[in-house]
Design a protein around this ligand. Sequence first.
Ligand code: GDP
Ligand code: MN
Length: 304
Amino acid sequence: PKPPPVSHYNLNNVTVTANPLENRENILILTPMARFYQGYWDNLLRLSYPHELITLGFILPKTTEGNTATTALQKQIARTQKSGQEKDRFKSIIILRQDFDPPIQSQDESERHKMKNQKIRRAGMAKARNSLLFSTLGPATSWVLWVDADVVETPPTLIQDLARHNQPVITPNCYQRYWNPETKEMDERAYDFNNWQDSPTAQDLAKQMDPDDILLEGYGEMATYRTLMAYLYKEDGLLHEEIPLDGVGGATLLVKADVHRDGAMFPPFSFYHLIETEGFAKMAKRLGWQPIGLPNYKVYHYNE
Ligand code: GDP
Ligand code: MN
């Protein structure tokens, strides 16, 4: 019998350019998912980047809630991939179930955002992201787009718009729509505070910390005076204005696959007193890749 064939991939030929569409570059969209939101799936379907160049990867916890989300996700996948229109179908889809229990059972916003729960929760999130990344990144992947399962609205041209900046790590501004009881109208507010520029105060705080302790953003008990991209949005600003970032969130994050291949991952431990996506930004920087934020380019988080 013939020996099994050997596959050769020359990573130099996997282009990562400002015009991925023209160059037919493969995108891997990765989503850690604790809950399924229809708005997330509908938004994915609306992405105008050719779906035949998109692979989807999911990781879900093995909890009751995770089981419910997996069932809902699989139902939508079947609809799109089997009975849906040809143009809606994605190249391939991978679903992983976590091999460890989430450290915090409750996914309710009040519980998961408690400061005392953060380190252990973010470490669990980091491990979920790493498992997903290392199990799905392929030799032909040009870009990795991280999209959280509760991001329910982005421009359909999201991939093209972010890629055209040709940056190693780039993130839009994550907002949230809500009902404003004062104006009695729909309104919006800043949501993701993990996109920031560092401050001397935060640096000083870090210096006084134990090696295993981490800095957290968005908690009054730990005022960092970092510059938060969430508050830099300007209505009359240029849509594609860029700013350098020292910390990033994972809600929507486009990463050149080479950055991950170089070894940038999501530290599930204190890395320069940073963890998960914020630690990832630091690791990318240490590898020579400067993360970039787009303060005037918005995506929207679900309102629980
Ligand atoms: P927040 O927006 O900062 O409150 O963070 P989320 O709780 O929304 O978590 C970010 C993303 O990770 C979302 O897509 C969640 O559905 C997902 N997620 C949260 N906890 C877990 C977990 O334990 N396991 C997995 N696989 N995904 C999770
Ligand atoms: Mn979220």
